[in-house]
Design a protein around this ligand. Structure first.
Ligand code: GDP
Ligand code: MN
Length: 348
């Protein structure tokens, strides 16, 4: 006879409480993961990495979001791996569907055309809902409303160094609103009219554009054209309050009206990055050099050997993407007058 399996509810009530050594110093923050039930083993690996390198000492919460109900297997495994409290949310239908102003036949034709052109995810409908959700809705899910900061974690990522301090606390104490570890150029075929849409927004909402922003990072002609630089949003630590601000919501709503999430294939990476670059002061965007990270196919590994030894890193420095030709991090350092770390020009 098959033995009865414990349900998630039984398991949850018997899970021992973890008490990390630094958990009393937490700020109001959570990890957040958008995933399908089928992502279970890939997200398990990511959680294990995040816990071993950081969260076992802090026990920050973890919010999981999905357009379908999470199943018991997913909830049991992820709750067993995460040291903090876990929450599971279903995305409301109206945040993962077509707004009424979208012409669905036109959207379908666009997918078919982009599929023929072999544009990455060009033919995928779900990927478009995902990008739109990450661009405009995850931060207003009911489970996210009580938190101030988030850290986005995707399936199959790796962390290569100990995180010897609390990045959430760093964000709060230094008034940072957005952060990144990898930046690069976007494929123009996914966003042909995104910049036109941004310019239209900027014209109608000049009040949301502070002086001292990072426009220079994303445009080489004062905002006339987009140079396609963006922060890679599969890693993000950021302020939820900024994303919930009138400025960001006005921005997202304006872009959403223009339809490019469906008629093109606008990614949440350029959408978030452009918002950060034009609507924040440049000091409010932070590059986390000491967070060594991998998401296929790119690695961020600190250039400086002493940093790698101090943080017990196991990444290969020659795989670091920062100073390679397709990275925009070089430009980030230039426009901010930052000094590059020791070892940046070391030959492979
Ligand atoms: P890539 O990194 O751009 O190749 O895209 P991913 O496949 O990693 O998707 C980005 C994130 O969205 C990951 O956290 C996925 O688990 C999640 N995701 C992608 N598509 C879906 C979907 O249809 N439903 C749900 N619930 N999550 C999705
Ligand atoms: Mn991914």
């Amino acid at each position: 006879f098959p033995r009865p399996q414990p349900s998630y509810e039984d398991f949850k009530s018997s899970k021992p409480q973890n008490v990390g050594t630094n958990s009393s110093e937490r700020v109001n923050a959570t990890f957040v993961t958008l995933a399908r039930n089928s992502d279970i083993w890939e997200i398990a690996k990511s959680i294990r990495n995040v816990e071993d390198r950081f969260n076992r000492n802090y026990n920050y919460d973890w919010v999981f979001l999905n357009d379908q109900e999470f199943d018991d297997d997913f909830k049991k495994l992820t709750t067993s791996l995460a040291s903090g409290t876990t929450h599971y949310g279903k995305i409301p239908e109206e945040h993962w569907s077509y707004p009424d102003w979208i012409d669905q036949d036109k959207a379908k034709e666009a997918r078919e055309e982009m599929g023929r052109k072999k544009i990455i995810y060009g033919d995928s409908e779900s990927y478009r809902h995902m990008c739109r959700y990450e661009s405009g809705f995850f931060f207003r899910h009911p489970l996210m409303m009580n938190y101030e900061y988030y850290w986005r974690v995707e399936p199959s990522i790796e962390l290569y160094c100990d995180i010897g301090h609390d990045p959430f606390r760093f964000m709060k104490e230094n008034d940072k609103k957005y952060s990144f570890v990898i930046s690069l150029y976007e494929y123009i075929d996914t966003i042909p009219t995104l910049w036109d849409s941004v310019k239209k927004f900027l014209k109608s909402h000049p009040e949301h554009v502070p002086s001292g922003n990072a426009m220079e990072f994303i445009s080489e002609d004062g905002g006339e054209t987009y140079n396609k630089c963006h922060f890679w949003s599969n890693f993000e630590i950021g302020s939820l309050e900024w994303l919930r601000s009138k400025a960001y919501i006005d921005y997202f709503s304006s872009l959403d009206q223009d339809g490019g999430f469906f008629y093109e294939r606008w990614g949440d990476a350029p959408v978030h990055s452009i918002a950060a670059a034009v609507m924040l002061k440049k000091e409010q965007i932070h590059f986390f050099n000491e967070i060594a990270y991998y998401h296929v196919p790119f690695t961020h590994c600190p250039s400086d050997e002493q940093t790698r030894l101090d943080l017990r890193c196991h990444c290969k420095p020659e795989e670091n993407f920062d100073w390679k030709g397709y990275s925009c991090t070089n430009r980030w350092f230039k426009v901010n007058d930052l000094q590059k770390p020791d070892g940046w020009d070391k030959k492979d």
